[in-house]
Design a protein around this ligand. Sequence first.
Ligand code: TRP
Length: 447
Amino acid sequence: MSAPREQFSSKTGFVMAAAGSAIGLGNIWGFPTQTASNGGAAFVVIYFILAFVLAYPALMAELIIGRHARANVVTSLRHISNGKKSYALASGVGFYGVITASLILSFYAIVAGWMLAYLFESITQMLGWTQASEWLTGFGLQRNLIFMGLFMAMTMAIISSGIKGGIEKWSTRLMPMLLFIMIALTVYVMTQDGAMEGLRVYLLPDFSQINPGLILDAMGQAFFSLSLGVGTMLVYGSYLSKQDSLPKLGAAVTLVDSSIAFLAGLLIIPAIFVAQKNGVTVFTESGDMIAGPDLIFQVLPSLFDSMGDMGLIVAFAFFSLMSIAAVTSSISMLEVPVSYMTEETPASRHQSTLIVGLIIAAISAIILFNFNDLFGLVIDLTTVYSQPILGVLMCVFVGWIWHRNNLLEELKAGHDNIESTLFWKIWPNYVRFVCPALILATFIRAL
Ligand code: TRP
Protein backbone atom coordinates (compact mmCIF):
# COMPACT_ATOMS: atom_id res chain seq x y z
CA MET A 1 0.00 0.00 0.00
CA SER A 2 1.00 3.62 -0.29
CA ALA A 3 3.56 5.32 1.95
CA PRO A 4 2.52 8.29 4.18
CA ARG A 5 1.10 11.09 2.13
CA GLU A 6 3.61 13.61 0.82
CA GLN A 7 3.34 17.41 1.18
CA PHE A 8 4.89 20.39 -0.50
CA SER A 9 7.90 21.41 1.56
CA SER A 10 6.97 25.10 1.73
CA LYS A 11 4.54 27.77 0.62
CA THR A 12 6.94 28.72 -2.16
CA GLY A 13 7.02 25.12 -3.30
CA PHE A 14 3.24 25.09 -3.59
CA VAL A 15 3.04 28.47 -5.32
CA MET A 16 5.68 27.39 -7.86
CA ALA A 17 3.85 24.13 -8.55
CA ALA A 18 0.40 25.71 -8.77
CA ALA A 19 1.71 28.61 -10.86
CA GLY A 20 3.48 26.04 -13.02
CA SER A 21 0.18 24.29 -13.57
CA ALA A 22 -1.65 27.51 -14.27
CA ILE A 23 0.98 29.06 -16.53
CA GLY A 24 1.00 27.09 -19.72
CA LEU A 25 0.25 27.24 -23.40
CA GLY A 26 -3.03 28.85 -22.36
CA ASN A 27 -1.16 31.91 -21.11
CA ILE A 28 1.49 32.31 -23.75
CA TRP A 29 -0.54 31.31 -26.76
CA GLY A 30 -4.22 31.42 -25.81
CA PHE A 31 -4.32 34.69 -23.91
CA PRO A 32 -2.47 36.93 -26.40
CA THR A 33 -4.36 35.54 -29.39
CA GLN A 34 -7.72 35.89 -27.65
CA THR A 35 -6.73 39.45 -26.82
CA ALA A 36 -5.74 40.16 -30.40
CA SER A 37 -9.01 38.84 -31.80
CA ASN A 38 -11.17 40.50 -29.11
CA GLY A 39 -10.24 44.16 -29.39
CA GLY A 40 -6.98 44.35 -27.46
CA ALA A 41 -6.89 45.92 -24.03
CA ALA A 42 -10.65 45.77 -23.49
CA PHE A 43 -10.28 41.99 -23.33
CA VAL A 44 -7.34 42.32 -20.94
CA VAL A 45 -9.38 44.43 -18.52
CA ILE A 46 -12.36 42.06 -18.58
CA TYR A 47 -10.06 39.07 -18.21
CA PHE A 48 -8.45 40.48 -15.08
CA ILE A 49 -11.80 41.28 -13.52
CA LEU A 50 -13.13 37.79 -14.23
CA ALA A 51 -9.96 36.08 -13.04
CA PHE A 52 -10.44 37.62 -9.63
CA VAL A 53 -14.21 37.69 -9.23
CA LEU A 54 -14.99 34.34 -10.81
CA ALA A 55 -11.99 32.08 -11.27
CA TYR A 56 -10.40 32.88 -7.91
CA PRO A 57 -13.50 31.85 -5.90
CA ALA A 58 -13.74 28.62 -7.89
CA LEU A 59 -10.03 27.98 -7.32
CA MET A 60 -10.61 28.46 -3.59
CA ALA A 61 -13.38 25.86 -3.65
CA GLU A 62 -10.96 23.28 -5.02
CA LEU A 63 -8.08 24.16 -2.70
CA ILE A 64 -10.30 23.98 0.38
CA ILE A 65 -11.83 20.61 -0.49
CA GLY A 66 -8.42 19.17 -1.28
CA ARG A 67 -6.64 20.34 1.81
CA HIS A 68 -9.51 19.28 4.04
CA ALA A 69 -9.81 15.76 2.67
CA ARG A 70 -6.12 15.25 1.86
CA ALA A 71 -6.85 12.87 -0.96
CA ASN A 72 -7.32 12.53 -4.71
CA VAL A 73 -10.35 14.15 -6.33
CA VAL A 74 -12.72 11.15 -6.10
CA THR A 75 -11.98 10.34 -2.46
CA SER A 76 -12.00 14.01 -1.45
CA LEU A 77 -15.45 14.66 -2.87
CA ARG A 78 -16.78 11.47 -1.26
CA HIS A 79 -15.28 12.61 2.02
CA ILE A 80 -17.28 15.85 2.12
CA SER A 81 -20.53 14.29 0.94
CA ASN A 82 -23.25 13.86 3.53
CA GLY A 83 -25.52 11.06 2.41
CA LYS A 84 -26.06 8.34 -0.15
CA LYS A 85 -27.10 10.67 -2.94
CA SER A 86 -24.28 13.13 -2.52
CA TYR A 87 -21.82 10.22 -2.20
CA ALA A 88 -22.98 8.92 -5.56
CA LEU A 89 -22.71 12.42 -7.01
CA ALA A 90 -19.21 12.72 -5.53
CA SER A 91 -18.12 9.51 -7.26
CA GLY A 92 -19.62 10.66 -10.56
CA VAL A 93 -18.06 14.11 -10.44
CA GLY A 94 -14.72 12.71 -9.27
CA PHE A 95 -14.45 10.21 -12.10
CA TYR A 96 -15.67 12.78 -14.61
CA GLY A 97 -12.81 15.01 -13.40
CA VAL A 98 -10.26 12.20 -13.68
CA ILE A 99 -11.35 11.40 -17.23
CA THR A 100 -11.47 15.06 -18.27
CA ALA A 101 -7.98 15.74 -16.89
CA SER A 102 -6.68 12.71 -18.81
CA LEU A 103 -8.33 13.80 -22.04
CA ILE A 104 -7.03 17.36 -21.69
CA LEU A 105 -3.56 15.85 -21.35
CA SER A 106 -4.12 13.71 -24.43
CA PHE A 107 -4.45 16.77 -26.69
CA TYR A 108 -2.08 18.96 -24.71
CA ALA A 109 0.71 16.40 -25.18
CA ILE A 110 0.24 16.58 -28.95
CA VAL A 111 0.56 20.37 -29.01
CA ALA A 112 3.47 20.28 -26.55
CA GLY A 113 5.15 17.72 -28.83
CA TRP A 114 5.03 20.27 -31.66
CA MET A 115 6.81 22.76 -29.36
CA LEU A 116 9.54 20.21 -28.67
CA ALA A 117 9.91 19.48 -32.39
CA TYR A 118 10.35 23.20 -33.14
CA LEU A 119 12.82 23.44 -30.26
CA PHE A 120 14.91 20.68 -31.86
CA GLU A 121 14.53 22.40 -35.19
CA SER A 122 16.11 25.58 -33.86
CA ILE A 123 19.18 23.44 -33.18
CA THR A 124 19.21 21.54 -36.48
CA GLN A 125 18.93 24.89 -38.21
CA MET A 126 21.99 26.23 -36.38
CA LEU A 127 23.84 23.12 -37.50
CA GLY A 128 22.63 23.53 -41.06
CA TRP A 129 20.89 20.13 -41.13
CA THR A 130 18.26 21.08 -43.68
CA GLN A 131 16.65 17.68 -44.10
CA ALA A 132 16.20 17.20 -40.38
CA SER A 133 14.72 20.69 -40.14
CA GLU A 134 12.23 19.91 -42.87
CA TRP A 135 11.14 16.72 -41.15
CA LEU A 136 10.83 18.46 -37.79
CA THR A 137 8.61 21.24 -39.10
CA GLY A 138 6.56 19.14 -41.52
CA PHE A 139 3.23 17.96 -40.15
CA GLY A 140 4.05 14.25 -40.48
CA LEU A 141 2.30 11.50 -38.50
CA GLN A 142 5.64 9.99 -37.57
CA ARG A 143 7.01 13.26 -36.21
CA ASN A 144 3.80 13.94 -34.31
CA LEU A 145 3.82 10.49 -32.69
CA ILE A 146 7.49 10.61 -31.72
CA PHE A 147 7.34 14.03 -30.10
CA MET A 148 4.05 13.38 -28.34
CA GLY A 149 5.68 10.24 -26.93
CA LEU A 150 8.79 12.13 -25.89
CA PHE A 151 6.73 14.76 -24.13
CA MET A 152 4.62 12.15 -22.34
CA ALA A 153 7.79 10.37 -21.22
CA MET A 154 9.08 13.61 -19.66
CA THR A 155 5.77 14.23 -17.92
CA MET A 156 5.68 10.65 -16.61
CA ALA A 157 9.27 10.80 -15.36
CA ILE A 158 8.46 13.84 -13.21
CA ILE A 159 5.16 12.49 -11.84
CA SER A 160 6.71 9.16 -11.07
CA SER A 161 9.14 10.92 -8.68
CA GLY A 162 6.32 12.17 -6.49
CA ILE A 163 5.41 15.55 -5.01
CA LYS A 164 8.62 16.91 -3.49
CA GLY A 165 11.09 15.08 -5.70
CA GLY A 166 9.05 15.50 -8.89
CA ILE A 167 6.38 18.20 -9.10
CA GLU A 168 7.91 20.64 -6.62
CA LYS A 169 11.52 20.11 -7.66
CA TRP A 170 10.87 20.64 -11.35
CA SER A 171 8.44 23.52 -10.90
CA THR A 172 10.88 25.45 -8.70
CA ARG A 173 13.64 24.83 -11.23
CA LEU A 174 11.72 25.61 -14.37
CA MET A 175 9.45 28.49 -13.39
CA PRO A 176 12.26 31.00 -12.75
CA MET A 177 13.79 29.98 -16.08
CA LEU A 178 10.46 30.58 -17.76
CA LEU A 179 10.21 34.06 -16.31
CA PHE A 180 13.78 34.89 -17.27
CA ILE A 181 13.39 33.75 -20.89
CA MET A 182 10.12 35.57 -21.21
CA ILE A 183 11.47 38.89 -19.96
CA ALA A 184 14.59 38.61 -22.13
CA LEU A 185 12.49 37.89 -25.24
CA THR A 186 10.08 40.73 -24.47
CA VAL A 187 12.91 43.22 -24.06
CA TYR A 188 14.46 42.07 -27.34
CA VAL A 189 11.19 42.27 -29.29
CA MET A 190 10.53 45.78 -27.90
CA THR A 191 13.73 47.03 -29.54
CA GLN A 192 12.52 45.94 -32.98
CA ASP A 193 10.77 48.10 -35.56
CA GLY A 194 6.99 47.87 -35.36
CA ALA A 195 6.84 46.75 -31.73
CA MET A 196 5.41 50.06 -30.52
CA GLU A 197 2.45 49.76 -32.81
CA GLY A 198 1.71 46.35 -31.29
CA LEU A 199 2.06 47.78 -27.83
CA ARG A 200 -0.48 50.45 -28.67
CA VAL A 201 -3.02 47.88 -29.88
CA TYR A 202 -2.41 45.80 -26.77
CA LEU A 203 -2.62 48.56 -24.18
CA LEU A 204 -5.21 51.02 -25.48
CA PRO A 205 -8.65 49.62 -24.65
CA ASP A 206 -11.46 49.96 -27.13
CA PHE A 207 -14.39 49.45 -24.77
CA SER A 208 -16.87 49.52 -27.64
CA GLN A 209 -15.68 45.98 -28.39
CA ILE A 210 -17.08 44.58 -25.15
CA ASN A 211 -20.00 42.26 -25.85
CA PRO A 212 -21.38 39.09 -24.25
CA GLY A 213 -19.21 36.95 -26.51
CA LEU A 214 -16.05 38.69 -25.32
CA ILE A 215 -17.02 38.30 -21.67
CA LEU A 216 -17.71 34.61 -22.08
CA ASP A 217 -14.47 34.04 -24.00
CA ALA A 218 -12.59 35.74 -21.18
CA MET A 219 -14.30 33.50 -18.64
CA GLY A 220 -13.42 30.32 -20.54
CA GLN A 221 -9.85 31.51 -20.87
CA ALA A 222 -9.62 32.24 -17.14
CA PHE A 223 -10.95 28.77 -16.31
CA PHE A 224 -8.52 27.00 -18.56
CA SER A 225 -5.65 29.11 -17.37
CA LEU A 226 -6.26 28.46 -13.68
CA SER A 227 -6.60 24.73 -14.46
CA LEU A 228 -10.07 24.62 -12.89
CA GLY A 229 -12.80 22.01 -12.73
CA VAL A 230 -10.97 18.75 -13.23
CA GLY A 231 -9.43 18.41 -9.78
CA THR A 232 -5.92 19.61 -10.58
CA MET A 233 -5.98 22.38 -8.01
CA LEU A 234 -7.90 20.18 -5.59
CA VAL A 235 -5.10 17.62 -5.67
CA TYR A 236 -2.38 20.26 -5.36
CA GLY A 237 -4.32 21.71 -2.40
CA SER A 238 -4.33 18.26 -0.81
CA TYR A 239 -0.53 18.42 -0.53
CA LEU A 240 -0.64 21.74 1.37
CA SER A 241 0.18 22.11 5.04
CA LYS A 242 -2.56 23.08 7.53
CA GLN A 243 -0.42 26.04 8.55
CA ASP A 244 -0.86 27.92 5.31
CA SER A 245 -3.58 30.47 4.65
CA LEU A 246 -5.59 29.24 1.69
CA PRO A 247 -7.16 32.57 0.65
CA LYS A 248 -3.73 34.17 0.47
CA LEU A 249 -2.08 31.33 -1.43
CA GLY A 250 -4.99 31.15 -3.87
CA ALA A 251 -4.75 34.90 -4.44
CA ALA A 252 -1.00 34.63 -5.03
CA VAL A 253 -1.51 31.93 -7.66
CA THR A 254 -4.25 33.93 -9.41
CA LEU A 255 -2.09 37.04 -9.43
CA VAL A 256 1.02 35.29 -10.74
CA ASP A 257 -0.99 33.51 -13.44
CA SER A 258 -2.69 36.70 -14.65
CA SER A 259 0.55 38.66 -14.56
CA ILE A 260 2.32 36.10 -16.71
CA ALA A 261 -0.57 36.12 -19.17
CA PHE A 262 -0.26 39.89 -19.31
CA LEU A 263 3.48 39.65 -19.86
CA ALA A 264 2.94 37.10 -22.64
CA GLY A 265 0.74 39.67 -24.35
CA LEU A 266 3.60 42.18 -24.16
CA LEU A 267 5.73 39.64 -26.01
CA ILE A 268 3.41 38.09 -28.58
CA ILE A 269 1.37 41.04 -29.82
CA PRO A 270 4.33 43.35 -30.47
CA ALA A 271 6.08 40.35 -32.10
CA ILE A 272 3.18 40.02 -34.54
CA PHE A 273 3.58 43.66 -35.56
CA VAL A 274 7.34 43.31 -35.88
CA ALA A 275 6.71 40.33 -38.15
CA GLN A 276 4.40 42.47 -40.27
CA LYS A 277 7.06 45.17 -40.56
CA ASN A 278 9.49 42.49 -41.71
CA GLY A 279 7.15 41.49 -44.50
CA VAL A 280 5.54 38.40 -42.92
CA THR A 281 1.83 37.88 -43.63
CA VAL A 282 0.05 38.30 -40.31
CA PHE A 283 -3.52 38.90 -41.43
CA THR A 284 -5.79 36.42 -43.19
CA GLU A 285 -7.55 37.37 -46.39
CA SER A 286 -10.64 38.35 -44.44
CA GLY A 287 -8.57 40.81 -42.42
CA ASP A 288 -8.39 38.88 -39.12
CA MET A 289 -5.11 38.39 -37.35
CA ILE A 290 -3.69 34.89 -37.81
CA ALA A 291 -4.26 33.39 -34.37
CA GLY A 292 -4.40 29.59 -34.40
CA PRO A 293 -1.49 27.17 -34.87
CA ASP A 294 -0.35 29.21 -37.87
CA LEU A 295 0.62 32.05 -35.54
CA ILE A 296 3.02 29.88 -33.54
CA PHE A 297 4.24 27.62 -36.34
CA GLN A 298 4.33 30.03 -39.30
CA VAL A 299 4.14 33.69 -38.38
CA LEU A 300 6.63 33.53 -35.51
CA PRO A 301 9.11 31.19 -37.26
CA SER A 302 9.05 33.53 -40.29
CA LEU A 303 9.72 36.40 -37.92
CA PHE A 304 12.70 34.53 -36.42
CA ASP A 305 14.00 33.79 -39.94
CA SER A 306 13.84 37.47 -40.78
CA MET A 307 16.03 38.31 -37.77
CA GLY A 308 19.18 36.71 -39.20
CA ASP A 309 21.57 34.92 -36.84
CA MET A 310 19.95 36.43 -33.79
CA GLY A 311 16.75 34.77 -34.96
CA LEU A 312 18.24 31.33 -34.31
CA ILE A 313 18.80 32.18 -30.67
CA VAL A 314 15.40 33.83 -30.37
CA ALA A 315 13.74 30.73 -31.85
CA PHE A 316 15.60 28.47 -29.44
CA ALA A 317 14.59 30.66 -26.48
CA PHE A 318 10.98 30.92 -27.61
CA PHE A 319 10.42 27.19 -28.07
CA SER A 320 12.25 26.46 -24.79
CA LEU A 321 9.78 28.83 -23.16
CA MET A 322 6.82 27.01 -24.72
CA SER A 323 8.17 23.58 -23.78
CA ILE A 324 8.81 24.58 -20.16
CA ALA A 325 5.37 26.15 -19.87
CA ALA A 326 3.82 22.97 -21.28
CA VAL A 327 5.58 20.46 -19.04
CA THR A 328 4.87 22.22 -15.74
CA SER A 329 1.20 22.20 -16.78
CA SER A 330 1.01 18.66 -18.08
CA ILE A 331 2.39 17.19 -14.84
CA SER A 332 -0.57 18.73 -13.01
CA MET A 333 -2.98 17.01 -15.39
CA LEU A 334 -1.31 13.62 -15.01
CA GLU A 335 -1.28 13.94 -11.22
CA VAL A 336 -5.12 13.82 -11.18
CA PRO A 337 -5.50 10.19 -12.42
CA VAL A 338 -2.20 9.03 -10.90
CA SER A 339 -3.09 10.22 -7.39
CA TYR A 340 -6.41 8.38 -7.67
CA MET A 341 -4.84 5.14 -8.77
CA THR A 342 -2.00 5.30 -6.23
CA GLU A 343 -4.35 5.94 -3.34
CA GLU A 344 -7.24 3.70 -4.27
CA THR A 345 -5.57 0.62 -5.78
CA PRO A 346 -2.63 -1.51 -4.64
CA ALA A 347 -0.50 -0.07 -7.47
CA SER A 348 2.53 2.01 -6.47
CA ARG A 349 3.10 5.55 -7.78
CA HIS A 350 5.59 4.24 -10.36
CA GLN A 351 3.20 1.58 -11.58
CA SER A 352 0.23 3.96 -11.65
CA THR A 353 2.22 6.55 -13.59
CA LEU A 354 3.32 3.96 -16.13
CA ILE A 355 -0.15 2.51 -16.65
CA VAL A 356 -2.05 5.82 -16.77
CA GLY A 357 0.67 7.48 -18.86
CA LEU A 358 0.60 4.72 -21.45
CA ILE A 359 -3.19 4.81 -21.68
CA ILE A 360 -3.15 8.58 -22.23
CA ALA A 361 -0.35 8.28 -24.81
CA ALA A 362 -2.46 5.65 -26.60
CA ILE A 363 -5.40 8.06 -26.65
CA SER A 364 -3.12 10.78 -28.04
CA ALA A 365 -2.00 8.35 -30.74
CA ILE A 366 -5.61 7.59 -31.65
CA ILE A 367 -6.24 11.34 -31.93
CA LEU A 368 -3.18 11.71 -34.17
CA PHE A 369 -4.31 8.88 -36.45
CA ASN A 370 -7.72 10.58 -36.81
CA PHE A 371 -6.51 14.13 -36.44
CA ASN A 372 -9.17 15.97 -38.45
CA ASP A 373 -12.05 14.17 -36.77
CA LEU A 374 -10.84 13.99 -33.19
CA PHE A 375 -8.44 16.81 -32.31
CA GLY A 376 -10.95 19.67 -32.26
CA LEU A 377 -13.65 17.40 -30.87
CA VAL A 378 -11.63 16.40 -27.80
CA ILE A 379 -10.65 20.03 -27.14
CA ASP A 380 -14.28 21.14 -27.32
CA LEU A 381 -15.60 18.25 -25.23
CA THR A 382 -13.13 18.88 -22.45
CA THR A 383 -12.57 22.63 -22.33
CA VAL A 384 -15.83 24.03 -23.71
CA TYR A 385 -18.27 21.56 -22.15
CA SER A 386 -16.75 19.54 -19.33
CA GLN A 387 -14.67 22.19 -17.56
CA PRO A 388 -17.60 24.57 -16.94
CA ILE A 389 -19.94 21.73 -15.87
CA LEU A 390 -17.34 20.42 -13.45
CA GLY A 391 -16.62 23.94 -12.20
CA VAL A 392 -20.29 24.39 -11.30
CA LEU A 393 -20.35 21.01 -9.56
CA MET A 394 -17.28 21.84 -7.46
CA CYS A 395 -18.97 25.06 -6.34
CA VAL A 396 -22.14 23.09 -5.56
CA PHE A 397 -20.18 20.71 -3.35
CA VAL A 398 -18.65 23.53 -1.36
CA GLY A 399 -21.70 25.80 -1.33
CA TRP A 400 -24.54 23.33 -0.87
CA ILE A 401 -23.37 19.91 0.26
CA TRP A 402 -20.52 20.60 2.62
CA HIS A 403 -21.47 21.81 6.08
CA ARG A 404 -20.71 25.49 6.58
CA ASN A 405 -19.08 24.90 9.97
CA ASN A 406 -16.59 22.44 8.52
CA LEU A 407 -15.81 24.90 5.79
CA LEU A 408 -15.07 27.59 8.36
CA GLU A 409 -12.92 25.23 10.37
CA GLU A 410 -10.83 24.30 7.36
CA LEU A 411 -10.32 27.95 6.45
CA LYS A 412 -9.34 28.81 10.02
CA ALA A 413 -6.38 26.46 9.77
CA GLY A 414 -3.58 28.77 8.76
CA HIS A 415 -5.78 31.89 8.95
CA ASP A 416 -7.05 32.42 12.52
CA ASN A 417 -9.08 35.56 12.05
CA ILE A 418 -10.79 34.40 8.86
CA GLU A 419 -14.25 35.07 10.32
CA SER A 420 -13.64 38.81 10.44
CA THR A 421 -12.26 39.02 6.89
CA LEU A 422 -14.05 40.22 3.82
CA PHE A 423 -13.29 36.84 2.31
CA TRP A 424 -15.50 34.96 4.77
CA LYS A 425 -18.25 37.59 4.53
CA ILE A 426 -18.53 37.33 0.77
CA TRP A 427 -17.09 34.09 -0.50
CA PRO A 428 -19.41 31.38 0.95
CA ASN A 429 -22.56 32.86 -0.54
CA TYR A 430 -20.73 33.86 -3.63
CA VAL A 431 -19.63 30.33 -4.34
CA ARG A 432 -23.17 29.15 -3.57
CA PHE A 433 -25.09 31.42 -5.91
CA VAL A 434 -23.03 33.70 -8.10
CA CYS A 435 -20.35 31.32 -9.33
CA PRO A 436 -22.69 28.54 -10.48
CA ALA A 437 -24.98 31.06 -12.17
CA LEU A 438 -22.18 32.78 -14.04
CA ILE A 439 -20.48 29.57 -15.07
CA LEU A 440 -23.77 28.12 -16.28
CA ALA A 441 -24.21 31.20 -18.43
CA THR A 442 -20.96 30.36 -20.24
CA PHE A 443 -22.05 26.84 -20.71
CA ILE A 444 -25.45 27.69 -22.12
CA ARG A 445 -23.80 29.96 -24.62
CA ALA A 446 -21.44 27.19 -25.61
CA LEU A 447 -24.45 25.00 -26.40
N1 TRP B 1 -3.52 26.06 -17.19
C1 TRP B 1 -2.75 25.43 -18.20
C2 TRP B 1 -2.52 26.39 -19.36
O1 TRP B 1 -2.83 27.53 -19.27
C3 TRP B 1 -3.37 24.15 -18.69
C4 TRP B 1 -3.81 23.23 -17.61
C5 TRP B 1 -3.02 22.61 -16.67
C6 TRP B 1 -5.13 22.79 -17.41
N2 TRP B 1 -3.82 21.81 -15.88
C7 TRP B 1 -5.10 21.89 -16.31
C8 TRP B 1 -6.33 23.09 -18.05
C9 TRP B 1 -6.27 21.30 -15.87
C10 TRP B 1 -7.48 22.49 -17.60
C11 TRP B 1 -7.46 21.62 -16.51
O2 TRP B 1 -2.01 26.02 -20.38
